[in-house]
Design a protein around this ligand. Structure first.
Ligand SMILES: Nc1nc(=O)c2c([nH]1)NC[C@@H]1CN(c3ccc(C(=O)N[C@@H](CCC(=O)O)C(=O)O)cc3)C=[N+]21
Length: 282
């Protein structure tokens, strides 16, 4: 193995410590509410980790849990209460939602000023337009990792594998804003391996374990693995075949311990940003 391991867990711990110091200096506690509907198992891990991190950093954090049978109207009513609550700075509606609820309706119901996921179309539009707003947590966490690793972004060829609203598209916008030459590849791209081999920075966010092989990676490239895939044996695997890739890449993030912890730290960062924007006190 030759690649430098980019330790997202350690970077996230430092980021959270810095946020905790800033929160401690505020005259109020930033409020975060996670709304969970039903029992999606991946959501359980995330909600537990997030709650612990938020409390440790001094946030006022709570999870509202609706039954799997909740109607869309019930969820929208819950969101409306949180929108109107001045003690709530950040609202996260945990995805996926049960099939009777339209995801777009839930996302659009969140006050954009409290949209700490950055999924509301107003915040997605602001990002695309180069205007300030709340940015999705996972892409924001990836940018922190690249900065901490000292990766030069200006003019660099970056490939984003995946075009989701949650990761791929906002990731591409952030890299473009940092002056990368950005390509977005996806399941219909003609030759994924060839696209990957051209990249100096490769961000994998497709949700297919081990899709990116060692011979897809340019020697010395920076590889960021956003995939968090639960294997049948219970282990977590990224979208990148780690051992193969680490033999070729210049730097690589592991799974677990890479992007996942940064997503949680950036949820707190977004909540602090939202709190300061709403209430002042920077
Ligand atoms: N509205 C919404 N926003 C989200 O950001 C969101 C969501 N819904 N639904 C579920 C997914 C999943 N997700 C994770 C974040 C961090 C870890 C994480 O910290 N993973 C650890 C490992 C955890 C373990 O050991 O199982 C790691 O990668 O090192 C996992 C999963 C956020 N999600």
């Amino acid at each position: 193995m030759t690649a430098r391991i980019l330790d997202g867990k350690a970077i996230a711990a430092r980021l959270r410590a810095g946020l905790a110091a800033r929160v401690a200096a505020l005259p109020f506690r930033p409020g975060l509410r996670v709304v969970r509907v039903g029992e999606d198992p991946a959501s359980g891990v995330y909600v537990r980790n997030k709650d612990k991190a938020a409390r440790e950093a001094g946030f006022d954090s709570a999870t509202l849990h609706l039954p799997a049978s909740a109607t869309e109207a019930e969820l929208l009513a819950t969101i409306a209460v949180l929108n109107a609550d001045p003690a709530v700075d950040g609202i996260l509606v945990q995805l996926p939602l049960p099939p009777q609820i339209r995801t777009e309706a839930a996302i659009a119901a969140v006050d954009p000023a409290k949209d700490v996921d950055g999924f509301h179309p107003l915040n997605a539009g602001r990002l695309a337009a180069g205007q300030p707003g709340l940015v999705p947590c996972t892409p924001r966490g990836v940018m922190h990792i690249l900065a901490e690793a000292g990766v030069a972004l200006r003019g660099a060829r970056a490939l984003v594998l995946g075009r989701s609203q949650i990761v791929g598209r906002p990731m591409a916008q952030l890299l473009l804003g940092a002056d990368c030459t950005v390509t977005i590849a996806h399941s219909r791209s003609r030759d994924l391996a060839a696209e990957c081999r051209r990249a100096e920075i490769l961000i994998a966010a497709v949700g297919r374990p081990g899709l990116v092989r060692g011979d897809w990676i340019a020697p010395g490239a920076v590889v960021v693995d956003v995939g968090i895939n639960r294997l049948p044996d219970g282990r977590l695997a990224g979208d990148v075949a780690f051992e193969e890739a680490a033999a070729v890449a210049g730097a690589i993030t592991p799974v677990p311990g890479g992007v996942g912890p940064m997503t949680i730290a950036c949820l707190l960062e977004n909540t602090l940003d939202a709190a300061i924007a709403r209430r002042g006190g920077a």
